[in-house]
Design a protein around this ligand. Structure first.
Ligand code: CP
Ligand code: NVA
Length: 306
């Protein structure tokens, strides 16, 4: 599983997928699959504590990280934004310097990616990105695991189509496609493309406004039209994205595909009830895989050779 040339993940931060080598990413996914099948267990976090910081709501990320940390023998201390006040009560840099004296690592869900970088600069232990406005790499680790379960190893023959907003999830999907070299098509209204610098960094990713590009997909993926923090734009976005709902007609363009959604889902907006609950949907396997993949990630960040 491990090649001798592989750079270790031990002690590293996990801020974005782009920082990984392809082999490191595959190693996380291989270990996650072994954990899910009950073929690996261990307590690399014994005696260690991690702080979990949330500036935005969460069920999957919070619970899967807390359970993962417990199963690996560690302890999670979870703090909500009204308790920490990053940027209001105290700077991210000072929060990091304080937590560094108490805990062995930080898992953080923040608005500003710059605050995540400040945490990473100020803390000696690993800092893990649990979603920022810019990216959501832990989600996409679970997505890649789910895609592999459906289609096998991902390569140039795998067509993944994302329909919706060019948001934080798309950013991490683009980084994954660049690393693993699968085809990624992002279908979005013209004003909602990924950031220009993201498109420039991932020239193989196709961005289109045309839903007929769903044709031939192995994976059809969507996410909410209005991300956390954009609530004031919700009405406008509902109108702008109206044509882009993933419904049964869209899924008929790719009858062999699985349907994915990072959740929470808004039935009747980005996805129809029939697709979310239909036979192609893997959304709850995808949610389950957050746990396995984050256990693998933590094991590799805190122990050399599980
Ligand atoms: N998919 C995801 O990150 O879910 P939560 O916002 O509930 O953590
Ligand atoms: N794009 C969504 C993902 C939620 C898991 C958001 O940022 O709200």
């Amino acid at each position: 599983m491990v090649t001798s040339r592989l750079q270790s993940l031990v002690g590293a931060d996990f801020l974005d997928l782009a920082q990984l080598q392809r082999q490191q990413l595959e190693r996380i996914l291989d270990l996650a699959a072994a954990i899910k099948r009950g073929r690996w267990s261990g307590t690399p976090l014994a005696g260690k504590s991690l702080a979990l910081l949330f500036q935005k709501p969460s069920i999957r990320t919070r619970v899967s990280f807390e359970v993962a940390i417990n199963r690996l023998g560690g302890r999670a201390v979870t703090l909500q934004d009204d308790e920490i006040g990053i940027g209001r009560r105290e700077t991210a840099a000072d929060v990091a310097r304080v937590l560094d004296r108490y805990v062995d690592g930080i898992v953080a869900r923040l608005f500003h990616h710059a605050d995540l970088l400040a945490l990473a600069n100020g803390c000696r232990g690993p800092v893990i990105n649990a979603l920022t406005n810019a990216s959501h790499p832990c989600q996409v680790l679970a997505d890649l695991m789910t895609m592999r379960e459906a289609v096998g190893r991902l390569d140039a023959s795998t067509k993944v189509v994302f329909v919706g907003d060019g948001n934080n999830v798309v950013q991490s999907l683009m980084e994954a496609a660049t690393l693993l070299r699968f085809q990624l098509v992002v279908i979005c209204p013209p004003g909602y493309r990924p950031r220009p610098e993201s498109e420039a960094a991932a020239p193989a990713v196709q961005v289109s406004a045309d839903l007929s590009n769903v044709s031939g997909a192995s994976i059809v993926y969507t996410d909410v039209w209005t991300s956390m923090g954009q609530e004031s734009e919700a009405g406008h976005r509902r109108r702008e994205f109206l044509e882009y709902q993933v419904d049964e007609q869209v899924m008929q363009l790719a009858p062999q595909a699985i349907f994915m959604h990072c959740l929470p889902a808004h039935r009747g907006e980005e996805v129809s009830e029939a697709v979310l609950e239909g036979p192609q949907s893997r959304v709850f396997d995808q949610a389950e895989n957050r746990l396995h993949v984050q256990m693998a990630l933590l094991a590799l960040l805190f122990q050399a050779e599980p």
